[in-house]
Design a protein around this ligand. Structure first.
Ligand SMILES: NC(=O)c1ccc[n+]([C@@H]2O[C@H](COP(=O)([O-])OP(=O)(O)OC[C@H]3O[C@@H](n4cnc5c(N)ncnc54)[C@H](O)[C@@H]3O)[C@@H](O)[C@H]2O)c1
Length: 96
């Protein structure tokens, strides 16, 4: 296998886009806390609506695995990309 081992935290709009792009040339582990999302990605289905993510998952040769096991993914990777929700506002949103 070629490329660098990279973990991506989250499988949302930012994180899954990055994971899919990076997985063209690297060994990527996408980590999420939602089992259904992990399962879908491992079946090459996108859990979010995004034309290019859907297209890349089905048409490109990707080195991408999704997992719930953050410890294994992060400890085994050279880089970790974090694109999870941020809780900068204690009540959830600046609008609250
Ligand atoms: N979407 C945008 O256009 C945009 C623009 C600028 C900044 N951001 C920032 O980027 C980050 C991600 O945004 P998004 O739109 O991709 O969010 P999203 O809600 O689409 O995805 C976030 C993902 O992270 C997962 N997650 C939550 N906690 C986790 C954890 N502990 N470990 C692993 N996965 C976890 C969620 O289940 C979800 O799949 C946020 O901080 C957001 O503020 C997003």
């Amino acid at each position: 296998m070629s490329g660098i081992k990279i973990a991506v935290a989250g499988t949302g709009y930012v994180s899954l886009s990055l994971a899919v792009l990076l997985a063209q040339h690297n060994q990527v582990m996408a980590v999420d806390i939602v089992p259904e999302k992990v399962e879908l990605i491992n079946r090459k289905k996108s859990p979010i609506w995004d034309e290019y993510i859907e297209k890349y998952l089905t048409e490109k040769e990707l080195n991408l695995k999704a997992t719930l096991d953050a410890k294994v993914a992060y400890s085994d990777s050279k880089f970790v990309v974090v694109a999870t929700p941020t809780n900068v506002y204690p009540l959830g949103s600046v609008l609250n």
